[in-house]
Ligand binder design. Structure first.
Ligand code: FEO
Ligand code: CA
Ligand code: CA
Length: 758
């Protein structure tokens, strides 16, 4: 439909007959039942060639989803594993169609140029293109015409761009390690790398039966490692967050005073994600530590930080700041990332960042109340009383599982009232015990509040521990949040086998409000968490994370326990729990193991520390398709659990019977697992969401052909160009069949138009 106020640029730049943004705004105004309009003024159609940004502020909010149809189990047949040598393609079951939606470098804004196959484009181009290495994602539907119901054909796809493969990002790689001896680190390359990190917000539409990225939209946006952000919540303004301030220019970062503790720049290593019922996106900062380097290990720490030196160095140890970082070498040309000279900058990373995708001018907000660690995901549960909680993993060996409970309830009728809900609440950490639960096979667990008065394992309140001591409890709380890992150490939380995504079970009950995040009578609040692997579990000599917070990141060698029962846990497992009293406010829960991953054919070579008594454990207890290294977990709107894996992508060694990385579908009732998708070599399958009706699935394929050298970028893969001559919109894929591999989002539909998985 072409609307009455159709902006001229949509006519000239987009030949489709799609509705314009202004049409949507107008309809929003007409359908106040589910959407709220405010602030669309007469100055509207200004920027972006006539499409307004200013007019969109606070215009739309997420609408409740329609009730789900019944859960009919899993309706497709498992496909075979993709064994070595791994086919360079994505495969799905018969009856399904897979297409390419968008690949790294595709433009997502009106200013974005088409991707160039030779990787010659600069940071300015990348800032308007899909970032590299796609990860967690969420689909925010627009309202439909008439009833204003959530659209199944138009919305904002918010996608994390976790990290970069520098050898593929630049024409000549980044440094000698990429295979090009003459390549050097330059600020231009680092700026491009920073621009390829963060979050992509793309408007996606189905037009004439074809899904595509709509670039001529004011909603298209890139958030990068340099985007200005706010810090809010209990730790905002604390002295530990007052890092050096820089003016971030294309040619370098120029020191410009001191941050006030309420501002920060950029988000990095955005792995998994979350969303809120008030229609905002949460992006989670995972391995941010690797972008910093402390070349002298703190010996050359800037003199103005001398008083804080011991505290700073302890924090760098606990969070894994090293001399070299992960090899990005940003610090060599961008002093913001030198942890010796700018030692408080790492404290501005490690948070959950809230982004309002419906307001392209909004400033992303780092929510300190949710804690600081290597966040994997933050998945929401909403109670019948509108209480709100988020389940979060800290993905490193021997780290913890957390829950954040908002102090105030969600207001479903007033979006603005929710916009700072994440600033106030209680952060808990999980302790999994071997105390038998009320049902066969279950065990008890407890949530420990990370508050000043909580008593640690040494018998002292956290406020009396030297690492958290401060004149007021408000400041103690701020320090606890900045040093979340140390606080969890102090209270004796359970070290887990690398907590990846959490997922809230959904139920196919009629009348369920939205996305399955709501629980209530007959709908137990059941949370799943992928524990992907742990090579240090059960090693000798055994050690723990020290209660005084002095442990090296990932450095403990804990013995097996009830919740993490395998030594040398190569294949991982999935744990789940139900909250006491069916409320997110519970102080206790009952847990069991949903599945222990592995391979029924395995001839795995056991490590020296492996206890033969547990040998059968490696064969897994999977009812159906064998898999390992679970990472992404997501329940669809009909109660199916989707599992995505992140293992060695070459399908060799321990993975020779399991094949390449996969996406599987599990029935939470029967525990049956079926293999839905197999991937190209050397990639990870991560990020999944569907349209509200479940008939379109978006899925991420990250880092296909990883480890290729800059001198031979297609060494292991030319996906997706080799599989898809055109993308889902019918446009030619620029690199054709023989170009460098690109992290991409694919779109999966059922040929009969049915619900994915049914
Ligand atoms: Fe980025 Fe924990 O996976
Ligand atoms: Ca992950
Ligand atoms: Ca991963």
């Amino acid at each position: 439909m072409k609307g009455k106020t159709h902006p001229s640029n949509d006519v000239t730049l987009n030949p489709s007959a799609n509705e314009s943004i202004r049409d949507v705004i107008d309809r929003v105004d007409e359908s106040r039942r589910t959407f709220i309009k405010s602030g669309v003024g007469g100055t509207a159609l200004a920027a972006l060639g006539g499409v307004s940004i200013a007019g969109l502020v606070d215009t739309v909010e997420a609408a409740p989803l329609p009730p789900a149809a019944g859960f009919g189990g899993i309706g497709f047949e498992s496909i075979p594993p993709s064994l070595a040598p791994v086919a360079d393609m994505v495969k799905v079951p018969a009856g399904y169609k897979v297409e390419l939606l968008m690949a790294w470098g595709d433009p997502v804004t009106p200013a974005g140029p088409a991707w160039a196959e030779d990787a010659s484009q600069d940071a300015a181009a990348q800032e308007n293109q899909f970032g590299m290495h796609t990860d967690g994602m969420h689909f925010f539907p627009f309202p439909t015409a008439g009833a204003g119901r959530p659209s199944n054909e138009r919305g904002l796809l918010c996608v994390n761009n976790e990290y970069t493969h520098e050898a593929l990002l630049h024409t000549d790689g980044l440094n000698a390690a990429t295979g090009v001896a003459s390549a050097v680190v330059t600020i231009q390359k680092v700026r491009k790398s920073q621009a390829a990190h963060g979050v992509t917000i793309a408007e996606v539409r189905k037009t004439g039966g074809k899904w595509g990225v709509h670039r001529m939209t004011p909603f298209g946006r890139r958030i990068t490692a340099n985007t200005p952000m706010r810090i809010s919540g209990p730790a905002a303004g604390h002295a530990l967050l007052k890092s050096k301030k820089f003016r971030i220019l294309p040619t370098g970062s120029v020191e410009d005073g001191v941050n006030n503790g309420f501002e920060a720049f950029g988000t990095m290593n955005n792995c998994a994600h979350g969303f809120t019922p008030w229609g905002t996106y949460l992006t989670c900062e995972e391995n941010w530590n690797g972008y910093f380097a402390a070349p002298t290990s703190g010996a050359a720490i800037a003199p103005e930080f001398a008083d804080q030196k011991a505290e700073i160095l302890a924090g760098q140890t606990r969070y894994g700041i090293s001399r070299t970082g992960f090899g990005y070498a940003w610090h060599t040309v961008d002093p913001r990332f030198n942890a010796d000279t700018n030692p408080l900058e790492p404290n501005t990373q490690g948070w959950v960042v809230e982004i309002d995708p419906f307001n392209p001018r909004s400033v992303p907000v780092k929510r300190t109340a949710m804690g600081r660690f290597k966040h994997e995901s933050a998945q929401v549960a909403v109670g019948p009383d509108n209480s709100v909680g988020f389940y979060q993993g800290d993905d490193e060996r021997n780290e913890y599982i957390y829950k954040f409970v908002c102090a105030k309830p969600f207001n479903p009728r007033n979006r603005a009232a929710n916009m700072n809900l994440l600033d106030e609440g209680t952060l808990y950490v999980a302790k999994f015990t071997s105390t038998v639960g009320s049902k066969a096979g279950t065990f008890r667990g407890e949530w420990i509040a990370l508050k000043p008065g909580t008593i640690g394992v040494n018998g002292m309140a956290l406020r009396d521990h030297p690492q958290f001591a401060a004149p007021t409890d408000a400041e103690v709380q701020a320090i606890i949040l900045i040093k979340t890992r140390e606080a969890a150490d102090a209270v004796g939380a359970t070290m887990m086998d690398r907590p990846e995504w959490t997922a809230l079970r959904t139920y196919s009950f009629g009348g369920r409000p939205a996305d399955g995040y709501s629980y209530g009578p007959g709908r137990p609040l059941e949370v799943y968490c992928a524990l992907t692997n742990n090579s240090r579990r059960g090693n000798n000599p055994a050690s723990s994370n020290n209660p005084n917070g002095t442990t090296n990141a990932g450095g403990a060698n804990p013995p097996v326990d009830a919740a993490n029962p395998r030594p040398d846990n190569d294949y991982g497992h999935i744990i789940r729990w139900r909250e006491d009293g069916n409320t997110v406010k519970a102080m206790g829960f009952e847990w069991d193991l949903f599945v222990q991953c592995g391979d029924k054919l395995t001839t795995k070579t056991l490590g020296a520390s492996y206890n033969p008594a547990g040998a059968d454990g490696y064969k897994g207890d999977i009812n159906g398709a064998d898999f390992g290294a679970p990472d992404g977990l997501w329940f669809d709107n009909f109660g199916r659990l989707w599992i995505q894996t992140d293992q060695a992508g070459d399908a060799l060694g321990d993975w020779r019977n399991i094949g390449s990385n996969t996406m599987l579908c599990a029935d939470p009732n029967t525990k049956e697992v079926r293999r839905f998708l197999t991937s190209p070599p050397n990639c990870e399958v991560t990020g999944v969401i569907t349209s509200p009706d479940g008939r379109t699935m978006f899925c991420g394929i990250q880092h296909p052909g990883d480890d290729a050298l800059a001198t031979n970028p297609k060494q292991f893969s030319s996906w997706p160009g080799n599989q898809f001559p055109t993308n889902s919109a019918g446009e030619p894929v620029p690199n054709g069949a023989a170009g460098r591999p690109r992290s991409s989002v694919i779109v999966i539909t059922k040929e009969d138009g049915g619900i994915i998985g049914s």
